[in-house]
Design a protein around this ligand. Structure first.
Ligand SMILES: Nc1ncnc2c1ncn2[C@@H]1O[C@H](COP(=O)(O)OP(=O)(O)O)[C@@H](O)[C@H]1O
Ligand SMILES: [Mg+2]
Length: 389
């Protein structure tokens, strides 16, 4: 074997990384096939599959993965053009190996047509051995590069898919963990609120009654004591108020009467503190929300009102709570200064994020519509049915 050909073959071999490279030879004339085999065989590297019947090409292509097809044009049953067009129909472009036409047809017309029909190269018989070898080697190289590229892309896609799945899984886990902690936190708050309310309330009420009784017994005879007792009763009343507020801040008792009552209570306090008027549109009948959902929606409203108090400079807030299909929908809109949500998303803020996550916990969603100067609308939607829990 001459040195140049040995070098060519070595380069191809390196590129193939140990994978055997097969070439299909198609020519109706056995002596032509022999000549092609003798030309390409000496490197001992290509696996050559020969056929003198063009009709067997398609079946062979299904059984082998050829790096190249060397194809004659003039053949009985099917000519080279028909083989090419059938191959094109039967496979996608990437699956199709390049085709090198080796033919006795010297004329320009055949050459151009073959190239137009998808042949990668065209060599006329009798061919020059070195030229054919070089062309074969070039085509095989391109094919091997293409294969390697496909493999890389495939690996990359698999990798990306796996990472994405992993990411989604861990996100889901974080979400579930957050939901779990949120639930525990709300239960704890409710328990502490109840204890503060009941225990403190009981003792304070007892104290209040004692002062009233002392007043009845000794007040008339002792004006100084009477005044003290009046002051004491007032202090106790203030303390009862503080305890109630504290308990309500932890968990509003109104929530026990349903979301709408709790929203009413929250908005009344909001209006009193901020001077911002509110309108609440909500159905009179019970919404049938479970406590977890009612609490979540209540917390969302609370956060929205906190933001309006802090940033909106609004004069009116509209809150609409409704059932739409199998979901609860709440819309909170203000006529304040608005903001650019895209800018806020880049910052690390937890209010709006918390709203979004709370909605997601129940398989719902939240949307913020706002722009500077145009007020803000927050819309959340939470399915009533348990989904994916
Ligand atoms: N109703 C609103 N009106 C105007 N700006 C708002 C309103 N709600 C939110 N924002 C803007 O969005 C930002 C992010 O809000 P949020 O996520 O609750 O975080 P934080 O309140 O801690 O800043 C706020 O800093 C404010 O600029
Ligand atoms: Mg906030």
């Amino acid at each position: 074997m001459d040195e140049a050909y040995r070098k060519l073959c070595q380069a191809d071999k390196d590129l193939a990384e140990g994978v055997e490279v097969s070439i299909l030879l198609v020519d109706d004339e056995p002596s032509n096939l022999k000549l092609l085999e003798r030309t390409l065989e000496p490197c001992g590297y290509f696996r050559l599959v020969s056929t003198s019947d063009p009709r067997t090409v398609f079946d062979l292509c299904l059984r082998h993965s050829f790096a190249l097809i060397i194809l004659d044009l003039n053949m009985p049953y099917l000519d080279g053009f028909q083989v090419m067009s059938r191959l094109r129909e039967s496979r996608n472009v990437e699956g199709l190996p390049p085709i090198l036409v080796v033919t006795a047809q010297h004329d320009q017309e055949h050459r151009v047509r073959a190239l137009q029909e998808g042949a990668a190269d065209y060599v006329t018989k009798p061919f020059q051995v070195d030229e054919l070898r070089a062309r074969v080697s070039n085509l095989v190289k391109v094919r091997l590069f293409q294969k390697r590229m496909q493999m890389l892309i495939q690996n990359l896609e698999t990798g990306v898919r796996e990472r994405t799945e992993e990411l989604l899984r861990s996100r889901q886990m974080i979400r579930e963990l957050a939901a779990h902690r949120e639930k525990i936190r709300e239960e704890e708050r409710a328990r502490i609120a109840r204890e503060i309310h009941d225990e403190f309330g009981q003792y304070l009420t007892a104290l209040r009654m004692d002062t009233a009784m002392l007043n009845i017994r000794y007040g008339a005879a002792n004006p100084e004591l009477k005044q003290h007792l009046v002051d004491m009763k007032q202090t106790i009343d203030t303390t009862i108020g503080v305890v109630r507020n504290l308990a309500a801040a932890l968990r509003p008792g109104a929530l026990d009467m349903g979301l709408v009552s709790a929203a009413e209570w929250l908005l009344a306090g909001f209006e009193e503190r901020t001077g911002i008027a509110y309108r609440l549109h909500a159905p009179r009948e019970d919404l049938g929300l479970d406590d977890e959902r009612a609490t979540a929606v209540f917390r969302i409203l609370q956060e929205a009102l906190t933001n309006i108090t802090r940033y909106a400079q609004a004069s009116v807030v509209n809150v609409a709570i409704n059932l739409a299909g199998d979901a609860l929908v709440m819309q909170v809109s203000d006529d304040g200064i608005g903001f650019d949500p895209a800018l806020v998303r880049c910052r690390k803020t937890f209010g709006l994020l918390g709203i979004r996550e709370r909605a997601l916990m129940f398989g719902g969603e939240s949307r913020i519509d706002s722009e500077p100067g145009a007020g803000t609308i927050l819309c959340i939607q939470i399915p009533l049915q348990i989904q994916g829990h």
